[in-house]
Design a protein around this ligand. Structure first.
Ligand SMILES: [Zn+2]
Length: 76
């Protein structure tokens, strides 16, 4: 068996299961939810999701900005 895998397993951005990225980075395909995009579109999809997360993080850090670190467990 000398045949190499032509896909790399990556996480599907849509259903979070195993999707397949072609070795030449040309396309991403998920057999579970049918996600089938070019790699460029896949990256955009991820970036879009990341943006949503960073919005949440932004709100979180914003709300704790007034706190000092002194109230946390002491490190020494
Ligand atoms: Zn999927």
């Amino acid at each position: 068996m000398s045949k190499k895998h032509s896909f790399v397993k990556i996480k599907c951005p849509k259903c979070k299961k195993d999707a397949e990225l072609t070795r030449d980075f040309s396309s991403v395909k998920c057999n579970f939810c049918g996600f089938d995009r070019s790699y460029g579109e896949y990256v955009k999809f991820i970036a879009h999701n990341e943006l949503k997360y960073s919005d949440i993080l932004g709100d979180y850090t914003g709300s704790t900005e007034g706190h000092t670190s002194g109230s946390l467990d002491e490190w020494d």
